[in-house]
Design a protein around this ligand. Structure first.
Ligand code: G3I
Length: 354
């Protein structure tokens, strides 16, 4: 027993050392010739939380390389709409003020999401006109508050079933039918005459079926005369995504002629199909996927290059390093490492432009 245990400990130690060495080799800092935002032909955004604004290192790195921010969660119903139906805008207001003070674009996220049916709305479930009025009033109040500050809104987030078989059942659809989507766009335009109004979803690269359902919904909404004016592909990718999948998705989204936003880019290194692949190889695959996303967006006509937003500044800022998604806690899904050093993915973003 002890001999087997000794062997296991030795093997475990060796694997841990190899992993560290792999990480050390794989994440040698990339040299960036200039701020990233000056080296890409589209606005470069980053998800931000108010707590990060108290970290000078975070602010310095963010304002150096990025030209836009998206509230990661503090402009969502979970923060803005209190249990009693009142509003709390303190945190999103701070983010909007930070953007304005630093000359950054402000991408507002998100008005209507199946995953956030706040208690104040759940109390109106089945209440007919009262529900519909509250839905409109919420969107008018929230989108109206950032009129002139928000460059765009993710008006409806993640309406499509994961398998692409149809559209999610949710509180909004239960009370308003699938028309909840078009209504949200009309209410958002009523609140803000200028913001770009996005439909946003994920796995549009890895699931052509989901992408088709997403595009069919966009066409349906447009045909209904709703002021949908942008399509967002979140692009939460995994390192083993097939080359070309991102390009195909961006091209398909661009077919409707609307601005396209790669809206929440990260590339997880967590296990995929080939989970024996070593860390260094995964890091290189990650960089190639970031480069592909950048190239695909850059290839669009200028009016359709809304922007590319990464979902976290440094690896340690990523949702993929926080429960319940943290896995083994070693994921490194974004452009800068825990210490703020640029990674191969950051260099890949600018590709052959320099
Ligand atoms: O900051 C508080 C902390 O003070 C508190 O102790 C802790 C426990 O209650 O909560 C912390 O806030 C959490 C926040 O993440 C920061 O960790 C919120 O409860 C939690 O709801 C929030 O989760 C966000 C999630 O959306 C739900 O809003 C994630 O940060 C955010 O990355 C994630 O982003 C989504 C996009 O909106 C849509 N696409 C998928 C993407 C990833 O899930």
């Amino acid at each position: 027993m002890t001999q087997k245990l000794d062997r296991r400990l030795a093997l475990g130690g060796a694997l841990a050392l190899a992993a560290c060495q792999g990480r050390a080799q794989a994440t040698a800092p990339a040299v960036l010739p200039a701020p990233l935002k000056t080296l890409v032909p589209f606005p470069l955004g980053c998800a931000v939380m108010t707590g990060q604004l108290d970290d000078p290192g975070f602010v310095q790195l963010l304002t150096t390389h990025f030209s836009q921010i998206t509230p990661e969660f503090e402009l969502k119903m979970e923060v803005v709409l209190r249990e009693d139906g009142g509003f709390d805008f303190a945190r999103p207001d701070r983010l909007a003020a930070f953007a304005r003070a630093n000359g950054l674009g402000f991408h507002a996220h998100t008005l209507v999401w199946y995953a956030e049916a706040a208690p104040a709305f759940q109390r109106l479930d089945g209440a007919g006109k009262a529900f519909a009025d509250a839905y409109r009033n919420y969107i008018l109040a929230v989108a109206g508050r950032y009129r002139g500050l928000a460059r765009a809104w993710d008006v409806v987030n993640e309406p499509v079933e994961d398998d692409g078989s149809g559209y999610r059942a949710c509180l909004w659809r239960r009370n308003l039918g699938l028309d909840y989507v078009a209504r949200a766009f009309h209410h958002a335009r009523e609140a803000d005459p200028h913001a770009v109004l996005f439909l946003n979803d994920y796995n549009l690269e890895s699931s052509p079926k989901k992408r088709l359902a997403f595009l069919r919904l966009a066409e349906k909404v447009l045909k209904a005369g709703a002021p949908l004016s942008g399509l967002g592909s979140q692009s939460h990718l995994r390192w083993d995504l097939a080359p070309g999948a991102v390009t195909a998705a961006v091209r398909d989204l661009a077919r409707l002629g609307l601005p396209v936003h790669i809206s929440e880019l990260d590339v997880s290194l967590q296990d995929g199909r080939f989970n024996q692949t070593n860390r260094q190889a995964r890091v290189q695959r990650q960089a190639r996927l970031v480069g592909e996303a950048s190239e695909a967006l850059a290839a669009l006509p200028a009016v359709q290059r809304y922007g590319l937003t990464v979902w976290g500044l440094r690896d340690g800022d990523s949702w993929l390093r926080r429960p319940p998604n943290a896995g083994d806690g070693t994921d490194a899904p974004v452009l800068f490492d825990d210490a703020g050093a640029a990674k191969p993915a950051a260099r890949a973003l600018i590709g052959a432009r320099v």
